[in-house]
Design a binder for this molecule. Sequence first.
Ligand code: NZQ
Ligand code: ZN
Length: 393
Amino acid sequence: MMENFQYYAPTKVVFGKGTENKAGQLVKEQNCRKVLIHYGSGSVKRSGLLDRIFASLDEEGISYISLGGVVPNPRLSLVYEGIDLCRREGVDFILAVGGGSVIDSAKAIGYGVENEGDVWDFYERKRQACGCLPIGVVLTIAAAGSEMSDSSVITNENGWLKRGYNSSYCRPKFAVMNPELTMTLPKYQTASGCVDIMMHTMERYFNHCDNMELTDGISEHLLRTVMNAKILMDEPQCYKARAEVMWAGSLSHNGLMACGNDGGDWACHQLEHELGGMFDVAHGAGLAAVWGSWARYVCDALPDRFEQFAVNVMGVENGDDKNAVIQKGIEAMENFFRQIEMPTDLGGLNIEVSEDQMKELALKCSHFGKRTIGCVKKLNQEDIYRIYQKAAD
Ligand code: NZQ
Ligand code: ZN
């Protein structure tokens, strides 16, 4: 049966060339007293974007302070620093200028300011947040979809645990998306972003529900659209492809692809989060490295869907031998990853993972044996370990 669903996407999207110059106006509409401009490790300074944002806020007479230094797989220590700063300075709005890491760090700071106690409790699922400071976004990379999502993923250096927390409180009020801003991305980050975008749809696509035809159709089209963007490997300045990918990134993770299908699998994301926590790999690259091993491990539990994926998304010719079609579909996806220079195994991430580390990854991923992950097949600590092992072969 098709599942009931709620769809809530309250973020105002301001898309296209030059839109970053509207940041001041958009912040002003929020009626705030003081803004924290949060950013990463320097790309927005080098590109001149940060100065344009400052100018846009100055023009509207908005009072602001700034805090940079967010790194990919954003750290809890900077979140604590941000919370203190916001409290000291009376900040009541956060403008994130950057990618998923900056946005997620902004969301975590927002939770910390609006709630008493340790913000990490939410990521540990010890309690629920009762609010979050309002967030605005100027997006510089198409990838995580955090600009419209209800999710924030933070890494705690104490134990190198990477954990996500979801609640609608953190959904950004607005997201400014100028595809041109993504043209300065290194090839690796563009490709890694494309994988993440695809995975946000694929995680929802692989499920046991009787899906909505409409949601399936949008999902399959989105996946093919992002694959077309491999042109960006040779033509990074192609506005059309940058724009398609950027919008795909938001739609892939704003809940649209989950309408009628009960939320999806998410095992690959859980597998990657442990890799990101322990080895600091780029999120999308980590997803590409485990996807094939996951798919081969679980595909016998969902043959019709894997067959549909092979034919409708990867263009495999349908035939009598269902298993052969399924395997070709998985191989075709891995070939696409190779074309955009993404890894298809752990070796491709340039990390050495020892037996003991694989066991530790599985232990952490299963929350010390207390949970299973995924819905296509429910995966316990032993299954998780085997998938990491296959990915290491
Ligand atoms: O820090 P700077 O100097 O800005 O450099 C960044 C960073 O090194 C660089 N970059 C960003 N825009 C650029 C640019 N370089 C040149 N030109 C530009 N225009 O790219 C690097 C990666 O940035 P990051 O923000 O880490 O990328 P992404 O958007 O992929 O975010 C990844 C994080 O988001 C989490 C991931 O786990 C990871 O921690 N996720 C968040 C989700 C969410 N909140 O909904 C969902 C995802 O599944 C994901 O888990
Ligand atoms: Zn992701």
